[in-house]
Ligand binder design. Structure first.
Ligand code: SAM
Ligand code: F3S
Length: 452
């Protein structure tokens, strides 16, 4: 009798890049004959894929490892691995801190996972955090393409993610990403086109391009004539069957006239731009080394809205950066009103190790930061609701993503990235239907199928 396949379970924290990396890990291990599973019970390998962008990351990662300890006790021989940004940042120290850990591997070691598991099984506990830019460029080897039968996505998903670059060279003073993901590297255009085409061939209609600053795509290629971001979009828009193209995150400095023109002329481009700004104060933007001013930011927002009426603009904001005065915080509130963000993410500043701002003395207490965050949402949330309410009565094209828990109700996304719930009979994932918006909430819309 042949041996039962080994099983892998991955617990993923953090951003979409981490989701993609976890998918790569699953794929790699499936190629070695392993099976993925949705629960940690009974797994032979448990991976905790971590995020370190905000504080307590290490604590959170190690407490998750602690939670997984019982599965190891129940099934001796089970390995526990820690991956992702906390692993890259702390490496071997983690093995000392947690006796439960068998393996620590960083963001550049993902393609080595099968070999690392093999070594771990035969030898001892390992930490692998060296930088390996060559393996990163060679995504093709390990990309979670849909061609594999074990991963047939047909009919189960309408949207997919494709990284177009890795790392970041921007070194904003608060941010740990350049330390945990390394230098910026763009992926060859042919590989991206092939992967997107593959997803589309397998029924994916809505593709999100991923990167820390996607609109810097191509700028690190050596050739002077290397393609840049809007040219990548042009290539992808030619793929037959692609319905929507999205991207995240972008940086205001690299929103070029050519990119804005694509929002005017390229129907496949979704009506949404996530454009992190961080603060409404020019002084703080300079301190944070963001490289632009608020006026310039508002100009880009206005140009995007002129090019694509109804486009949704979302952002990231930080409150309580060292030295942020009450007046500067109020400039952030004013920016939320002026830019009329459709929604936003806001965070309390937390100092991160080895970042330029790490040693800046903090000038606000946790409770003052919490207070500012609450005041920020008092402005942002009613505004988000009002912008959603402005859509009531409109008919919008919805890409169906699934059936909700209530039978007979479906959900899907608008081009402007809003989730819409509506009743219907027997729709399939990936169908596109026109829905009239009847009701608006802070984070979603509800409607009814519009008559054709
Ligand atoms: N690549 C994105 C960009 O263009 O700005 C940001 C990536 S970061 C993973 C996501 C968000 O986390 C940032 O936009 C910022 O608002 C927030 N963030 C990063 N470092 C932070 C820190 N030390 N404290 C609080 N928030 C932070
Ligand atoms: Fe971080 Fe700034 Fe890059 S926020 S990911 S260093 S653009």
């Amino acid at each position: 009798m042949s041996e039962a396949p080994k099983k892998i379970y991955i617990r993923t924290f953090g951003c979409q890049m981490n989701d993609y990396d976890s998918e790569r890990m699953y794929r790699l291990m499936e190629r070695e004959g392993w099976q993925r599973q949705a629960e940690p019970e009974g797994a032979d390998l448990i991976v905790v894929n971590t995020c370190s962008v905000r504080e307590k990351a290490e604590h959170k990662a190690l407490s998750e490892v602690g939670m997984m300890r019982k599965y190891k006790a129940e099934k001796p021989g089970t390995m526990i691995a820690l991956a992702g940004c906390v692993a890259q940042q702390m490496g071997e120290t983690l093995l000392r801190k947690s006796p439960d850990l068998d393996l620590v591997f960083g963001t550049h070691a993902i393609d080595k996972l099968p070999a690392l598991i093999e070594n771990c099984a035969h030898e001892k506990r390992l930490a692998e955090t060296s930088w390996d830019y060559d393996s990163l460029i060679d995504f093709e080897k390990i990309a979670p393409t849909a061609t594999d039968n074990s991963l047939s996505w047909k009919g189960t998903r309408a949207s997919g993610f494709v990284p177009i670059m890795r790392g970041c060279d921007k070194h904003c003073t608060f941010c740990i990403v350049p330390q945990t993901r390394g230098k910026e590297v763009s992926r060859p255009i042919d590989d991206i086109v092939r992967e997107v085409r593959d997803l589309v061939d397998h029924g994916i209609k809505d593709v999100t391009l991923l990167g820390q600053i996607v609109n810097r795509y191509g700028r690190t290629f050596a050739e002077t004539k290397a393609p840049v971001f809007h040219e990548l979009l042009d290539e992808l828009a030619k793929i037959e069957g692609i319905y929507r193209l999205r991207f995240t995150s972008s940086h205001p400095t690299y929103i070029t006239p050519e990119l804005i023109a694509r929002f005017r002329d390229m129907p496949q481009l979704a009506s949404h731009v996530h454009l992190p700004v961080q603060s409404g104060s020019d002084r703080l933007l300079k301190t944070m080394r963001r490289g632009h001013k608020i006026d310039e930011y508002l100009d880009k927002v206005r140009e995007l809205r002129e090019a694509r009426p109804g486009i949704s603009i979302t952002t990231d904001l930080i409150v309580g950066y060292p030295g942020e005065t009450e007046d500067e915080f109020e400039l952030t509130l004013q920016l939320i009103r002026d830019a009329e963000f459709d929604s936003l993410y806001a965070f309390k500043y937390s100092p991160r190790p080895n970042t330029p701002a790490e040693n800046e003395p903090e000038t606000l207490t946790e409770s003052e930061k919490s207070d500012r965050l609450a005041r920020l949402f008092e402005v942002a949330l009613p505004q988000a609701l009002a912008r959603n309410k402005a859509l009531v009565g409109k008919s919008m094209d919805i890409l169906v993503e699934g059936e909700s828990r209530t039978p007979g109700r479906y959900y899907g996304r608008t081009a402007c990235n809003r989730m819409v719930y509506f009743p219907a009979e027997s729709l399939a994932v990936g169908d596109v239907v026109a829905v009239r918006i009847d009701e608006a909430f802070q984070n979603a819309l509800a409607g009814t199928l519009a008559a054709n």
